[in-house]
Design a protein around this ligand. Structure first.
Ligand SMILES: [Zn+2]
Length: 355
């Protein structure tokens, strides 16, 4: 009996326990469902906040042509544009323009805009540059501007009555020349002084021009050179180390004394002189006796962008040279040449020795 009662008590206890466990399980289940619901709600709220307010990108509209041609030298004027976003309205202020080079005659303008949601719009415009076909006149103008040519006007065999006229023209034109002198009289000394005073350069042609005398020997030539050197120093207080051989270093008139020019060209340099020939001949001592001929000989003989040592003469009877001089200077100036004098620093023009 006792056992039966004990057994019944046990059953009751087990039943109670079962009910308690069930109750806890139900509570836990309901709790979980509520929790899950809350989690889902939170997630969906977060998702809503992250998703774009609008999916449509903005639109850029370019005003004017999408391909524009400019003439060389002309600058591009922005033709205008609009940028509209469905949500935000005009966002034209947010437009950025970048330039991208395509080649030397073409570039691209890239217009981009982003709305607040990060959607982007892009447009492009091509700008072409039409290069000028330079006219002959323009090309000439440019060429003259870039001319680095130098003209060294040189006058041999003076001074004479023509020298003062030449000095007047040089002064008037603001140009200087180099005079290769022969012996001069006391009356002519002022001309030599004036040459120096007005910024011209002086070189020695020789006390005498007599080929038979001066090319007889090295000594007679050097004596001829030194004698005038001394005289010039007395007149001007300046010593010149620049010389020009009568007939030029390439002369063959000295053939009566074979090899004399070979010897002299070395000897003058040994004694501290430099000799200077010419590379443009006015031919005013070779048969051209008209102003126009002398002018043409000089201007047609000029080396563009080069160094031009122009041979002329200021001896008596060279009136045509005087007349041509102004035109020659005018031509030189108009064509971009600079006028310089020969100094010991000048790179000398040499013909080449022929005897
Ligand atoms: Zn001469």
């Amino acid at each position: 009996m006792r056992y039966v009662i004990e057994g019944m008590k046990m059953k009751k206890k087990i039943g109670k326990l079962f009910l308690i466990i069930m109750g806890i399980s139900i509570l836990l289940g309901v709790g979980y469902i509520i929790y899950q619901n809350n989690v889902n709600k939170t997630v969906s709220v977060m998702q809503l906040e992250e998703s774009p307010k609008n999916d449509a990108p903005p639109v850029i509209c370019l005003k004017g042509e999408k391909e524009i041609t400019l003439n060389e030298g002309e600058s591009y004027q922005e033709q205008g544009y609009s940028a509209i976003d469905e949500e935000e309205g005009s966002i034209v202020k947010k437009v950025k323009i970048e330039r991208e080079e395509i080649d030397k005659d073409k570039y691209k303008l890239i217009y981009t805009v982003k709305d607040s949601s990060g959607n982007e719009a892009k447009e492009e415009r091509i700008v072409k540059i039409k290069r000028k076909n330079k006219s002959k006149g323009e090309k000439n103008k440019e060429e003259k501007k870039n001319n680095k040519g130098i003209i060294y006007l040189t006058f041999d065999d003076g001074p004479s009555s023509n020298t003062s006229k030449i000095l007047d023209i040089l002064k008037e034109e603001g140009v200087n020349a180099t005079f290769f002198l022969l012996n001069y009289s006391d009356e002519q000394e002022n001309l030599v002084k004036r040459e120096v005073a007005e910024g011209n350069a002086i070189g020695i042609h020789g006390y005498s021009h007599d080929y038979g005398k001066i090319y007889k020997s090295v000594d007679s030539y050097m004596e001829n050179l030194d004698k005038l050197q001394e005289k010039i120093y007395k007149s001007t207080g300046e010593k010149t180390t620049i010389t020009r051989f009568p007939g030029g270093s390439s002369n063959t008139i000295s053939d009566f004394n074979p090899g004399i020019m070979t010897k002299l060209s070395k000897e003058v340099e040994k004694r501290g002189y430099q000799y200077c020939d010419w590379n443009v001949d006015s031919n005013d001592a070779g048969g051209s006796d008209s102003e126009n001929e002398i002018y043409k000989n000089v201007v047609n003989g000029l080396f563009k962008n080069g160094r031009n040592v122009v041979l002329m003469h200021d001896a008596n009877g060279k009136g045509a040279t005087v007349k041509a001089l102004k035109k020659i200077i005018k031509y030189g100036k108009e064509n971009g040449y600079s006028f310089q004098v020969i100094t010991p620093e000048t790179e000398m023009v040499h013909h080449g020795i022929a005897n």
